[in-house]
Design a binder for this molecule. Structure first.
Ligand code: C2E
Ligand code: CA
Ligand code: CA
Length: 624
C-alpha cells in the first residue's frame, strides 16, 4: 500500500483561471489539434503548428468608398510583415472578392456608399464567409456603433483619426491571432468528438456511435414500421495471429479488415468495431432473410481474403450472427444480444454465419439463471460494497472514496459488477440494486463518522435510474435521516448515460446539484457528451476514462487529450480525477500535465471499510 508516496511531489503548477480565454490560450500554447477533417477521419496530432510558415503573405482586403482606402493601403504596405493589399470601393465588390479570392483579414469602413459596415457584416453571415476576421474603421462619433458591430462578428474597431501604420499592423496581428485561436479551439472540440465516436485503429465508428445509430434507427422504424438487419462479426484465428506475429501485426490485420468492410459498405450501412476483434453492422435496407444471408456471405468472403503483413500472408475468417428487426428484438439490447448469441452458435458449429433462432436460445438460458440469483442476492444481503480512494496527487490527501458493488453469491462465487450491473440495468432489478448500494454506502459513511473519520463518498448511479421518480426524494430523505452533509456526497454518472439521457435526467441532476451534492461525469472521453450538454448541468467533477491513462506517455496523443480535458475542465471550473493510475510514471506525468487528483490500483485498490481506515491512518503526510 502507499507504494510510491515518497517519490511524489508537486511538479505541476496548476492554473487557477476559469475564463474561456485562458482555455483558448492554453490550447494555442499546446497547439495540437490539427488535421481533423470534416468527415471526421484522418485525425492527426501535431504539436508544432504554431511555428508554421511565419512569413506567408497575409492578404488584407480594405473596403472603403472614399479616399481613405488608398491611405489605409499605404499604411499597411509600410509594415515589415508581408501584407498584400486588395481594395474594394463598394460592398458588392467586396462580397465578390470574398467569394472568389482567398482573404485573411478584412478592414471595412463603417460608412460605405450603399450600406453601413453592420449591414455588410450581416450579409456576410448569410454567405457564411464570417470566418475571416474583420476590423471596423470608424470616423468621428462612430465608436458606439462599432462596438455594436462586434456583436455581428467584427473582432475589433479602429478610429480613423488615430490610425497609424503601427496601430493598423498591431490590430491586424491581434485579430489574426484571435481568429487562429478560435479555429484551434474548434479543432480541439472536433478532435475530442471524433475520438469519442470513432475507433482510433480502424477509423470505423466505435461502440458508442454504433449503438447511437442503432437506437435512432429503431426509433425511426417504430414510427414508419421499418425493418433492418444487424450482424455481429467475430474474427476467427485472430488471437493466433496476434500471439504468433505480435500485436503490431494484429493491429495491421484489424486495420485492413476495417478498410475492407468500409469499402463494401453501402451508404446506409454502418460498420463498427465494437471490441477487440469484434465488428458489428447495421444493414438498413436489408430485411429479407436471403438478402441478409447474402450480405453475411459477402462480408465473410471480404474478410477471408489473404492479407500480406510484413512479408507474410495471413488469412482470417469470420463467424457472423444475424438478427433482424423487429422479429428478433424490439430494442437494441435484445437485438444485439440475439445477434451475439447467433454468432456464438456459428462459431461453435464452425459455420460462416448463423441466423438467430429463439429455439436455440432457450436451451442455453444461463442469463435467466443469473438474474434469478440476483433477485435473491439483493433480498438476502449477498451484495456488499468495497471502497476505492480518490486522492490529491500532490499531498496524498484523500478527497473521497468511491463505493463499488460486489456480489458474494453462494452459487456463483464473487461476481464483479461488470457481470451483473448491465444485466440488472436491462430489468427492473437495477432499482432495487441502486437503493441497496446507496443504503450500504450511506450506512458506512455513518459508521466511519462514528469512529471519527469523515470520508466523502462517491456513489455510482446507473443511467437507467436517471428517470426514476423516487430516487431524489428517497436519497435526500436518507441524507436527512442520517444527518449527512450533502457536500460529502458525489454522484457518478457515466458519460454515456448522460449523453443518452433525456430532459428528466438533466433535471434530476440539476436538482441534486442545487441540493448541494456533487455531480461527477464518469468514464469521461469514452462516451460522447457534447460540451453543450455538460454546460446544461452544474458538473463538479470529470473522471478521465482509464483508457486515456493506461498507455499515457509524455508527448503522446493520450497526454495531449488529457491536457485538453484539463484545460476544458479548468475553464468550466470542474475538478478532474484521472482513473486507472497504476504506475509511478503515470503519477509523475499526470502531475506534470497539471492533473491534481487520481484514483487507481497504483494508489489503492477497492478495499473493505476497515482497510480504508487503515490506509488513511497509515498514511503519513509527505514532508514538503
Ligand atoms: P467505474 O465507476 O469506472 O469504477 C472503476 C472500476 O475500475 C472499478 O471496477 C475498479 O476496480 C476499476 N479500477 C480502479 N482502478 C483501476 C486501475 O488502476 N486499473 C484497472 N484495470 N482497473 C481499475 P469494478 O469495481 O469492477 O466496477 C466496474 C464498474 O461497475 C464501475 O466502473 C461502475 O460503472 C459499475 N459499478 C460498480 N459499483 C456500482 C454500483 O454500486 N452501482 C452502479 N450503478 N454501478 C456500479
Ligand atoms: Ca464510477
Ligand atoms: Ca470510471
Amino acid at each position: 500500500m502507499n507504494a510510491f508516496f515518497h517519490q511524489q511531489r508537486a511538479h505541476g503548477t496548476p492554473v487557477h483561471s476559469s475564463s474561456a480565454i485562458q482555455y483558448i490560450q492554453a490550447i494555442s500554447r499546446n497547439g495540437y489539434a490539427r488535421g481533423v477533417q470534416n468527415n471526421g477521419i484522418n485525425t492527426t496530432l501535431s504539436r508544432d503548428d504554431d511555428q508554421a510558415a511565419p512569413d506567408k503573405p497575409i492578404r488584407v482586403l480594405v473596403i472603403d468608398d472614399d479616399i481613405d482606402r488608398e491611405r489605409i493601403g499605404r499604411f499597411i504596405k509600410k509594415s515589415k510583415r508581408p501584407f498584400i493589399v486588395v481594395t474594394a470601393g463598394s460592398s458588392g465588390g467586396a462580397l465578390a472578392i470574398l467569394r472568389d479570392e482567398s482573404i485573411d483579414q478584412v478592414l471595412v469602413d463603417y460608412h460605405l456608399g450603399d450600406m453601413t459596415g453592420i449591414e455588410l457584416l450581416s450579409h456576410w453571415n448569410k454567405f457564411k464567409i464570417n470566418s475571416v476576421p474583420v476590423i471596423m474603421i470608424t470616423g468621428k462619433g462612430d465608436e458606439d456603433t462599432a462596438i455594436e458591430a462586434m456583436k455581428y462578428g467584427a473582432s475589433d474597431y479602429l478610429p480613423k483619426k488615430t490610425l497609424t501604420p503601427e496601430s493598423l499592423t498591431s490590430a491586424i496581428t491581434s485579430a489574426l491571432t484571435a481568429a487562429e485561436l478560435t479555429r484551434k479551439l474548434r479543432d480541439t472540440q472536433e478532435l475530442l468528438r471524433h475520438l469519442s465516436l470513432y475507433d482510433a485503429l480502424t477509423q470505423l465508428p466505435n461502440r458508442n456511435l454504433f449503438f447511437d445509430r442503432l437506437n435512432q434507427l429503431i426509433h425511426a422504424c417504430e414510427r414508419n414500421r421499418g425493418s433492418f438487419t444487424v450482424l455481429m462479426i467475430d474474427l476467427n484465428l485472430f488471437k493466433e495471429i496476434n500471439d504468433s506475429l505480435g500485436h503490431r501485426a494484429g493491429d495491421e490485420v484489424l486495420k485492413s479488415i476495417g478498410d475492407r468492410l468500409q469499402a463494401t459498405a453501402r451508404k446506409s450501412d454502418t460498420f463498427a468495431r465494437i471490441g477487440g476483434d469484434e465488428f458489428a453492422a447495421i444493414l438498413q435496407d436489408v430485411h429479407k432473410l436471403e438478402h441478409a444471408i447474402a450480405c453475411a456471405e459477402k462480408i465473410d468472403a471480404t474478410i477471408s481474403k489473404a492479407i500480406v503483413i510484413e512479408g507474410q500472408i495471413v488469412q482470417v475468417g469470420s463467424s457472423i450472427g444475424i438478427a433482424r428487426y423487429p422479429e428478433d428484438g424490439l430494442d437494441q439490447t435484445t437485438l444485439m444480444s440475439n445477434a451475439d448469441f447467433a454468432m456464438y452458435q456459428a462459431k461453435k458449429a464452425s459455420r460462416k454465419y448463423q441466423v438467430y433462432s429463439p429455439k436455440e436460445e432457450t436451451a442455453v438460458s444461463t442469463k435467466a439463471h443469473i438474474s434469478q440469483y440476483l433477485r435473491k442476492a439483493i433480498k438476502e444481503n449477498e451484495i456488499y460494497m468495497e471502497y476505492q480512494l480518490k486522492i490529491n496527487l500532490d499531498n496524498c490527501e484523500v478527497i473521497g472514496a468511491e463505493a463499488l458493488a460486489r456480489w458474494n453469491s453462494p452459487e456463483l462465487g464473487i461476481v464483479v459488477p461488470s457481470n451483473f450491473i448491465p444485466m440488472a440495468e436491462r430489468s427492473s432489478l437495477i432499482e432495487d440494486l441502486t437503493y441497496t448500494t446507496i443504503e450500504l454506502a450511506l450506512a458506512q459513511f455513518v459508521k466511519w463518522r462514528d469512529n471519527g473519520h469523515i470520508v466523502p463518498l462517491a456513489i455510482n448511479i446507473s443511467a437507467r435510474m436517471l428517470d426514476d421518480q423516487h430516487l431524489k426524494d428517497w436519497l435526500l430523505g436518507k441524507l436527512a435521516n442520517y444527518d449527512i452533509n450533502h457536500s460529502y456526497i458525489t454522484l457518478e454518472i457515466t458519460e454515456t448515460a448522460l449523453a443518452t439521457s433525456g430532459h428528466a435526467a438533466y433535471q434530476l441532476l440539476e436538482d441534486f446539484s442545487n441540493a448541494g451534492l456533487d455531480i461527477s461525469i464518469d468514464d469521461f472521453g469514452s462516451g460522447y457528451t457534447s460540451f453543450a450538454s455538460i454546460r446544461n448541468v452544474n458538473i463538479a467533477e470529470l473522471k478521465i476514462d482509464r483508457l486515456f491513462i493506461e498507455k499515457i506517455t509524455a508527448g503522446s496523443k493520450d497526454s495531449a487529450i488529457v491536457r485538453s480535458i484539463l484545460s476544458l475542465a479548468k475553464s468550466l471550473g470542474m475538478r478532474v480525477v484521472a482513473e486507472g493510475l497504476e504506475s509511478p510514471e503515470q503519477w509523475a506525468l499526470l502531475q506534470t500535465l497539471g492533473c491534481q487528483f487520481a484514483q487507481g490500483f497504483g494508489i489503492a485498490r477497492p478495499m473493505s471499510p476497515s482497510a480504508v481506515i487503515q490506509w488513511i491512518e497509515g498514511k503519513t503526510a509527505p514532508t514538503a
